[in-house]
Design a protein around this ligand. Structure first.
Ligand SMILES: *Cc1c(COP(=O)(O)O)cnc(C)c1O
Length: 395
């Protein structure tokens, strides 16, 4: 049997007519830069995420880069972030001339550890406060521990830029002042949230696209200005922005897809439950296979919420490279997210971070493996994936 890591054929086929109609509207309108399709998507994504404003941009990477530019973070500044993410997170920091400060992650969620962040922020205070922003990443579709992160951000007066590229629609149980729980969506808790519409994300377009959301009206205006070379008004530049605009064709496609997003999350969550059941039946859970955990799901009523949207279903296993090869030989798509931590990348040598020891992130880089989890995945395919893994550990 062949089980691809991701198969976009079915999703695209189901929406093909609607997508082509929406694209045709853009073609016929002759509005090919910004315009009503982008404005509509900006509003719809902001509303979906519970943020005030959306600013559609050219990619998730540009969402991060443009936000750092708009905050005027640059040389001499540092940004506190995770060592375990896609490269774009740290790439954006370096491209504005700032330096990353890496806090190790939690082994269960793969997300930045607020305890480690607190230590680094305390140290930074002694050294003259150069940390000017925090970028937590909601990795694989589960929110970082935003209650603790926002408390630290408030204590130190530092803005939080959520890298929610993998987590649009994921929810976190934020504790309100009166002790009640308010479920907040990824990207709508910090000053800004950055999303990616790369085709492999839960909401993907037909190419590159992204969005920044914020509930700060003045900052939304600033971001919109940066999206278009910092022009305000046209041809007058008090700021230096860039061409960070989302194409209306991609916005039109995304408007067709957005109403289906909750259903796709539910299918991914159902697939995750099937894996939990199948791995348990095969006697593989905890040892040798560590399954992903939705850690903030403990609060009452949590099952009704998207605490995890499973952009990736990442297991931890010993002897990963051998299992990976075996799965590929048996026709099962899988991938390592990520084989090299950000602080260990070759391009980081000149910043001295390759010397750092961040043991939890480094361990995960050795033993994590993503399995197919896309919404249309069938039960027989999951049974096959688990049977191949069981076979591997039996032999
Ligand atoms: C995908 C991704 C990005 C970058 O998004 P693009 O749209 O591909 O530029 C940034 N951060 C994380 C965590 C991602 O997964």
């Amino acid at each position: 049997m062949n089980v691809p890591l991701l198969d976009l054929h079915q999703q695209t086929a189901a929406l093909r007519d609607d997508i082509l109609r929406a694209v045709t509207e853009v073609v016929d309108s002759t509005t090919y830069i910004l315009g009503p399709k982008v404005t509509q998507l900006d509003q719809d994504v902001a509303a979906y995420c519970g943020a005030g404003f959306g600013i559609g941009v050219s990619s998730g990477t540009d969402a991060l880069l443009m936000t750092l530019m708009a905050l005027e973070i640059g040389p001499g500044d540092r940004v506190l972030t995770t060592p375990y993410s896609f490269f774009a997170t740290v790439g954006a920091i370096l491209r504005v001339g700032a330096l990353p400060v890496f806090a190790d992650i939690e082994g269960e969620t793969f997300n930045i550890d607020p305890g480690k962040m607190a230590e680094l922020l305390a140290e930074d205070t002694k050294n003259g406060r150069t940390i000017k922003a925090i970028i937590p990443v909601h990795l694989f579709g589960q929110c970082a521990d935003m209650g603790k992160i926002m408390a630290l951000a408030q204590e130190y007066g530092i803005p939080v830029i959520e890298d929610a590229a993998q987590a649009i629609g994921s929810e976190y149980p934020m504790l309100a002042k009166d002790g009640s729980t308010v479920w907040r969506k990824a990207g709508a808790m910090g000053l800004v949230g950055c999303y990616s519409f790369f085709p492999s994300k839960n909401l993907g377009c037909l190419g590159d696209g992204g969005m920044v959301v914020t509930s700060d009206k003045a900052f939304a205006d600033t971001l919109r200005c940066y999206r278009n070379h910092g022009a305000q008004p046209k041809y007058y530049h008090a700021k230096i922005g860039g061409n960070f605009r989302l194409d209306p064709i991609q916005a039109a496609v995304l408007s067709v897809k957005l109403p289906h997003l909750e259903q796709w999350h539910k299918q991914r969550q159902a697939n995750s439950r099937v894996y939990q059941e199948l791995f348990a039946q095969a006697g593989l859970t905890d040892n040798p296979v560590m399954l992903p955990k939705a850690v903030h799901a403990a609060s009452p009523g949590a099952t009704a919420h998207n605490h995890h949207i499973y952009n990736q279903f990442v297991i931890r296993i010993p002897n990963r490279e051998a299992l990976r090869t075996y799965l590929q030989q048996q026709g099962v798509g899988c991938e390592v997210y990520y084989p090299v931590c950000l602080h260990k990348q070759d391009c980081m040598k000149k910043y001295g971070t390759t010397e750092l020891s961040l043991p939890i992130a480094e361990q995960l880089a050795q033993d994590s493996l993503a399995l197919p989890i896309f919404p249309e995945l069938r039960r027989e395919q999951q049974e096959y994936v688990v049977s191949v893994i069981a076979e591997f550990y039996r032999s």
